[in-house]
Structure formats: structure tokens, C-alpha cells
Write a protein that binds this ligand. Structure first.
Ligand code: DMJ
Length: 657
């Protein structure tokens, strides 16, 4: 009798606990995620929107919520803190679900049981419903852009109008860095149309871009933004059109003659002046598409802006057989890399391109640095250059050593859960107590490198913030447990990580997260003609702006999360996403250096003293007369000032001089 009472008691206790967690997390009783992922920090412990966190609601044994002292202290100073050893993976991005099943499923259980436990937890009908909701979200934004804004750059979704560069106020960088008067939203959305299988609209949109978009504009844009949003999209769409397998349906264009590739080249050539007259090789942040670097331009650039151009520039170079673009982008990455701190290995967030002095000494994972790390790894995945992986691995280890606070393992051990903070690049000292919403991309990157367990934890932290506000505030202060900067411009980073974690784990938890995000976007940001930036994540007031990444990234990742059978997952081609969410197939062709064949085996030395191959003179002639693209072999460029290269590019390609 006593035995029965004990069993009954335990069952009731468990049911009660389940119910409490359900109420607290609001994730639905079918999920059962906590059984695998014991979050010893509670989502509920974040401060409520309109008041401080209850002192009693802090982490176990420590009143005061998430402002745990372990995040304020450098690694290695507390009992539970020591710099974490990074899991070593030789080949990033290639592990299959079985591997993740092991990582997540507890060491004593195999992936089969793991699969069994969670299959069916998110019914297929619901998944289809969510996929359609995500597609509807894209269509509503896209159709409204086409109806009310095209050919302007962006849609003002509240007043149903278009928006272009702010000519009246050139200092309005928030707008002018991004909007170049080149139908930005249409260009940026091209491959989302393909991913959603909409061939008729994709074909229509591509023709429209070819026939109406020009880069011969008096627009001063940020090199980084033009690269990731426009150049990247053109290259992605070009690859989709010319893919012999056509996995997304018929995305071919009748009489297509590589127009998008040539447009990409035209744009890239107009960006090249940014790489001239810079003493370090780090590019100027902005160029005028007609006239080059403006005379009064700023010599300071953020690390991510200058150091995340290699994926797009590298693809362009390898498709054209013209090493110019990859060379300048790679030179910038190396210049930044060489400026890292000798002590910590960290980089700052703002640098002077002439002196190489760090103007912003903050090192973190968010604004100013985010895609720098991302592109070290993604460049390696695409191009297979070992030095990119080596840089990434070293950067990742420094991040673990100096930025990561909290306990060593995500789901076990004592102390606060891991968090990546902002520190001084030279001393490793904490610089502030906020994290930004851009940082939410990092778990996705961790998935690619194989650090899934840590990714789960960091993602959970961001999701906790999302659940609190129905959006991610631009900055969240983890000590005050309140937003520091309140707007949310429909950013994709949390969805991106959610999608990648779902692909890695197949845990339905991530479908619930995606559903939650979709529903709050519908609830708080949908307006008359599209989706609007949240001005204030607490009072939910909106701003009349829909950034182009909403269609190119946020909607795409949401759609892909729920579209299990999408060719991105099932076609046999491996795809990688650029930092703007554009798909690029990872194939052998991009690992070839078309210009390499032009060099002899005779060695020489480059400016850094490294061995290089020297071309034979007769080979150079062949190269220069081989096409209407300006094929400049690498080593020849080493001996030329960049100015000459640029002049020749402009002269031959654009005819501006
Ligand atoms: C996008 O343009 C890209 O993802 C970029 O890398 C940083 N952030 C925005 C969206 O938030």
C-alpha cells in the first residue's frame, strides 16, 4: 500500500512539474524538451516588460535574477569558470543528424530512442500550416513592395509607399548606407522566390532586375551592405538559373546570357575604389557608385563591414576567373587579422584604415564583428582554403577564452549558463553588460562548426528574451534584465539559428520556437501593406520601414524551417547561406582557382615573404586576351599599385574614364 502511494505520489509530482513548466515556458505539453535539456536557468527569470525581476526569481541560490556575478567576472576567477576547450571538428558542416542525436540525447541513449521520443510532437499538418503562414508572410510583403514601392528600394509598409536614399540628408546613414536607388528589396528577394518554388515570379523578377536595375547611380552606399544584399543576391540567382539540375523547379530564363553575373561584376567594380589608397589594405566603408570614395569620407570602419566581403567577392572571382575581387577581400581579412591583440587574439569593432589603430576596442559577437567570424568559416567551407579555417579556429578559441562566461557545459554543472559578453580586446575586461540582437546568429554558426551543445544554450537565452517581448530588442542588458535599445527591425538572426539548430537536431522544440516567432511577427508587426519595424518592443509601437532582409532572410528561414522536403534539404546539393541568407551551392567548381593554371612552378616571394608562383610572360598574354573580363593574375597584381588595377577595371568594364 505504502509502495503504491509512493508511486502515485511520484507520478503526481512529475505531472505537476510538467504542468508548471508548461505554464512557465508556454511551449505546450507535447514538447517535453526539458527532459533532454535541463535548463537550470529559467526563462521566467527575465525581467517583466514593465517592472523589475522579482528578487525571489533569481537563479537557484542566488537572488537577483540573471545578473549573476559569474558573468561579470573574467573566466577562470570563479569555482565553476575556466576557459572552455573547443570541440575539435576537422570538417565543419558535415555531421549528420545521428551525430547530433548523440550530442543532445544524453550519452547513454542512442539516436533511435531520441527520434522515437520526439517524433510526432509537432504534427505534420501543423508544420504545413506554419510553412504556408511563412510563405504568406513573404508574399504579403513582396506583393505590397511590388505594388507600392518598386522600383524604389524599400517599402514603407504603414503608408504603402516606396522609399529610396535620403538625398536631403546625406548623414542619414541608417538609410543611405543601404538604399542605393537600385530596387534593393526586389534584388534581395530573388532567391527566396526560388526557394519557395515560385518559378513564374522568379523568372519575372529576374527579367525585371535585368531590364530595370542599374548601378550607374549617384548613391553613396556602404560597401558591406551593397555586397551582402545586392552582389550576393545577384550571384545566388545567377547560380540558380544556370544550375543544370534545377532542383527548385524550372528557374531557367529564356535566352539568359549571364546578365546577372555581369551586373554583379559591374557593381563589384564600382565598389573597388574602396580598396584603393588605403595604407592597411582595409577598405573604406563607403563608396559613391559613380564617383568612387567621397573626398570627405571617414577613415574608420567596422571589422565586420571591412572583413566580411570574401564570400561574395570570392565567388565572383572564381566565376569570372578574375582574381581581383577575391584578392582585395582576402587582403582586407588578413590585414584585420594581423591587427588582433597579441595577448588575447581578439579583434576590436572599429579600426582606422590608414593607421591600423583600433578606434573601437570592444570585442564581442554582435554588431561590428558578427559576420567577420562567420565569413572566416564560410569562406573555408566554400573555397577550401585552409588558412581561413585556421583563422576561424583561432578566433573561436579566443572567443571561448575571453568572451564566454558561465559554466563550461551548457546542460550540466554548476553556475550560470554560458553567455558571450563584450570585452576589451586587449585586456579581456568586461566593457558593458549588454548583448545585441545580431549576436543571435552565433548559435547557427556554432552548428556549422559542430559545437551544437553550446549553440543550444545560447539560442535558448535569446529565445527567452524573445518570449518575454515577442521580439528581440536591439540591445538587452543582462545585468538590469531589461532592454537598453528598444527597436526590432524584423531581424532574422534568431530565426536563422532556430532553423540551423532544427536541421542539426530535428528536435521539434525548434519548430515550436519558429511557430512562436511567426505568430508574434503576425501579431505585432503586420500592418496595412506589409510588416513594420517594431519601434518599441514593450509598447509595440511600429515604424514605417520594412528592411529588405525581412524578405531575403527572416521569411526564408521561417519557410525553410517548416518545409521539410525543400530542395535545400533534399536535393542532394549542399547549400550554404551567405550572411544575407542567400543560398550558394557548395561545389567543387568554387574550390578551383581558375587563375592558378596561368602560373609557372618557379617560386617567388610575395610582400609578406611567402612563396608565390610567378607567371611566365607568354602566359600573361594569353590571360589578358582571353575574354572581355579583366583577367588579372594574382602575382602580377602584387607588383602593381591597386590604383592601376582599378583604373583598368573601370576602363575596360564600365567605360567611366
Ligand atoms: C543582415 O543584413 C545580415 O544578416 C547582416 O550580416 C547583419 N544583419 C542584417 C540583418 O539583421
Amino acid at each position: 500500500m505504502q509502495w503504491r502511494a509512493l508511486v502515485l505520489g511520484l507520478v503526481l509530482l512529475r505531472l505537476g512539474l510538467h504542468g508548471v513548466l508548461w505554464l512557465v515556458f508556454g511551449l505546450g505539453p507535447s514538447m517535453g524538451f526539458y527532459q533532454r535539456f535541463p535548463l537550470s536557468f529559467g526563462f521566467q527569470r527575465l525581467r517583466s516588460p514593465d517592472g523589475p525581476a522579482s528578487p525571489a526569481s533569481g537563479p537557484v541560490g542566488r537572488p537577483g535574477g540573471l545578473s549573476g556575478p559569474s558573468w561579470l567576472q573574467p573566466p577562470g576567477t570563479g569555482a565553476t569558470q575556466s576557459p572552455r576547450k573547443v570541440p575539435q571538428r576537422s570538417e565543419p558542416g558535415v555531421c549528420g543528424p545521428a551525430h547530433w542525436g548523440y550530442v543532445l540525447g544524453g550519452r547513454d541513449r542512442g539516436p533511435d530512442e531520441y527520434e522515437k521520443r520526439y517524433s510526432g510532437a509537432f504534427p505534420p499538418q501543423l508544420r504545413a500550416q506554419m510553412r504556408d503562414l511563412a510563405r504568406g508572410m513573404f508574399v504579403f510583403g513582396y506583393d505590397n513592395y511590388m505594388a507600392h514601392a518598386f522600383p524604389q528600394d524599400e517599402l514603407n509598409p504603414i503608408h504603402c509607399r516606396g522609399r529610396g536614399p535620403d538625398r536631403g540628408d546625406p548623414s542619414n546613414l541608417n538609410i543611405n548606407d543601404v538604399l542605393g536607388n537600385y530596387s534593393l528589396t526586389l534584388v534581395d528577394a530573388l532567391d527566396t522566390l526560388a526557394v519557395m518554388g515560385n518559378s513564374s515570379e522568379f523568372q519575372k523578377a529576374v527579367k525585371l532586375v535585368i531590364n530595370t536595375v542599374s548601378f550607374d547611380k549617384d548613391s553613396t552606399v556602404q560597401v558591406f551592405e551593397a555586397t551582402i544584399r545586392v552582389l550576393g543576391s545577384l550571384l545566388s540567382a545567377h547560380r540558380i538559373i544556370t544550375d543544370s539540375k534545377q532542383p527548385f523547379g524550372d528557374m531557367t530564363i529564356k535566352d539568359y546570357d549571364n546578365e546577372l553575373l555581369y551586373m554583379a561584376h559591374d557593381l563589384a567594380v564600382r565598389l573597388l575604389p574602396a580598396f584603393e589608397n588605403t595604407k592597411t589594405g582595409i577598405p573604406y566603408p563607403r563608396v559613391n557608385l559613380k564617383t568612387g570614395v567621397p573626398p570627405d569620407t571617414n577613415n574608420e570602419t567596422c571589422t565586420a563591414g571591412a572583413g566580411s566581403l570574401l564570400v561574395e567577392f570570392g565567388i565572383l572571382s572564381r566565376l569570372l576567373g578574375d582574381s581581383t575581387f577575391e584578392w582585395v577581400a582576402r587582403r582586407a581579412v588578413k590585414a584585420l587579422w594581423n591587427l588582433r591583440s597579441n595577448d588575447t587574439g581578439l579583434l576590436g569593432n572599429v579600426v582606422n584604415i590608414q593607421t591600423g589603430h583600433w578606434v573601437g576596442k570592444q570585442s564581442g559577437l554582435g554588431a561590428g564583428l558578427d559576420s567577420f567570424y562567420e565569413y572566416l568559416l564560410k569562406s573555408y567551407i566554400l573555397f577550401g582554403e585552409k588558412e581561413d579555417l585556421e583563422m576561424f579556429n583561432a578566433a573561436y578559441q579566443s572567443i571561448q577564452n575571453y568572451l564566454r562566461r558561465g559554466r563550461e557545459a551548457c546542460n550540466e554543472g554548476e553556475g550560470d549558463p554560458p553567455l558571450y559578453v563584450n570585452v576589451n580586446m586587449f585586456s579581456g575586461q568586461l566593457m558593458n553588460t549588454w548583448i545585441d540582437s545580431l549576436q543571435a546568429f552565433f548559435p547557427g554558426l556554432q552548428v556549422l562548426i559542430g559545437d551544437v551543445e553550446d549553440a543550444i544554450c545560447l539560442h535558448a537565452f535569446y529565445y527567452a528574451i524573445w518570449k518575454r517581448y515577442g521580439a528581440l530588442p536591439e540591445r538587452y542588458n543582462w545585468q538590469l534584465q531589461a532592454p537598453d535599445v528598444l527597436f526590432y527591425p524584423l531581424r532574422p538572426e534568431l530565426v536563422e539559428s532556430t532553423y540551423l539548430l532544427y536541421q542539426a537536431t530535428k528536435n521539434p522544440f525548434y519548430l515550436h520556437v519558429g511557430m512562436d516567432i511567426l505568430q508574434s511577427l503576425e501579431k505585432y508587426t503586420k500592418v496595412k501593406c506589409g510588416y513594420a519595424t517594431l519601434h518599441h518592443v514593450i509598447d509595440k509601437s511600429t515604424e514605417d520601414r520594412m528592411e529588405s532582409f525581412f524578405l531575403s532572410e527572416t521569411c526564408k528561414y521561417l519557410y525553410l524551417l517548416f518545409d521539410e522536403d525543400n530542395p535545400v534539404h533534399k536535393s542532394g546539393t549542399r547549400y550554404m547561406f551567405t550572411t544575407e541568407g542567400h543560398i550558394v551551392s557548395v561545389d567543387e567548381h568554387l574550390r578551383e582557382l581558375p587563375w592558378k593554371e596561368f602560373f609557372s612552378e618557379e617560386g617567388g616571394q610575395d610582400q609578406g615573404g611567402k612563396s608565390v608562383h610567378r607567371p611566365k610572360p607568354h602566359e600573361l598574354k594569353v590571360i589578358n586576351s582571353s575574354s572581355n573580363c579583366n583577367r588579372v593574375p594574382d602575382e602580377r597584381r602584387y607588383s602593381l599599385p591597386l590604383k592601376s588595377i582599378y583604373m583598368r577595371q573601370i576602363d575596360q568594364m564600365v567605360g567611366l574614364i
